[in-house]
Design a protein around this ligand. Sequence first.
Ligand SMILES: Cc1ncc(C[n+]2csc(CCOP(=O)(O)OP(=O)(O)O)c2C)c(N)n1
Ligand SMILES: [Mg+2]
Length: 337
Amino acid sequence: MATRKSAAKPNVSADELKKYYHDMLLIRRFEEKAGQLYGMGLIGGFCHLYIGQEAVVVGLEAAAEEGDKRVTSYRDHGHMLACGMDPNGVMAELTGREGGYSKGKGGSMHMFSKEKDFYGGHGIVGAQVPIGTGLAFADKYLGNDRVSFAYFGDGAANQGQVYESFNMAAVWKLPVIFVIENNQYAMGTAQKRSTSSAEIYKRGEPFGIPGQLVDGMDVLAVKEAGEKAVAHCRSGEGPYILEIKTYRYRGHSMSDPAKYRTREEVQNMREKHDPIEHIRQMLIDGKHASEDDLKSIDKTIKDIVNNSADFAKESPEPALEELWTDIYADEIPQHDA
Ligand SMILES: Cc1ncc(C[n+]2csc(CCOP(=O)(O)OP(=O)(O)O)c2C)c(N)n1
Ligand SMILES: [Mg+2]
């Protein structure tokens, strides 16, 4: 990854930088709290943390507009927070409580928000890619200029359904951005052990889909690439691929002892490439914020996260009758033409 530049780019305002700092730190602190609650036995089932990857979703959300859609894998808490979903509802879902986004019946991998155009949370590797393509098909069919973001991992990028989706998206010129969050591991398998060609962003070439490699530890680089991809899709030119190089600091899920990589490797990423520290340095070096300003942002976030944990602990477990609800649709949704 490129060496970090700490001088603020001239076209980025102090407020923007502060917002990215805030949004990335919210995800990190929220995930740390989720890890703690998991350790205390308050969260059951699967729990995949997003720590280290925060700049990917925060950068792309900065390039998105109201009404754009997103869908992702099981590593989904960061995407929910970044698109504006309520931390209380997300944490309560993690603890399986009534106040959660799926009334406590979905857990970490199965949350949705129609209001924020967040379409999940999917546990089957790669399954969200055709769904994201379908979301883009719906928008094209309805004749609006919305864009869909379909996020998936480097491991998922080796799945057949990804290429079926590429083909259909290219044939129909669908406004979908295929976002490959390349955190360099698929469970315990390093990308170089599983993948014949490391340049995933080039895999759209046979379909005529442009692709770009992006430094995912630099939120500004992600935003810039996101804006280019969004402009391409919105102007009707069809799909776009972003391969965003990032790194997950924690294990694949809470139950992963992470013996397949060295401590030094993780330490090196944390110390030299951390996306939050990067923005923090830009804010301080560019005199856009004082240490006290940053402390006050840290405090705001601590309060939000602590409140979400309190809410999640205090919310009751779903009533037994809830077992029989939300199984079949009561109404078939209709769209006005
Ligand atoms: C179809 C399918 N195969 C296997 C699994 C088990 N599995 C869960 S996550 C994962 C690795 C995916 O890695 P990647 O796409 O790089 O995403 P990351 O976890 O790194 O975000 C696997 C093999 C699954 N959930 N679904
Ligand atoms: Mg991966």
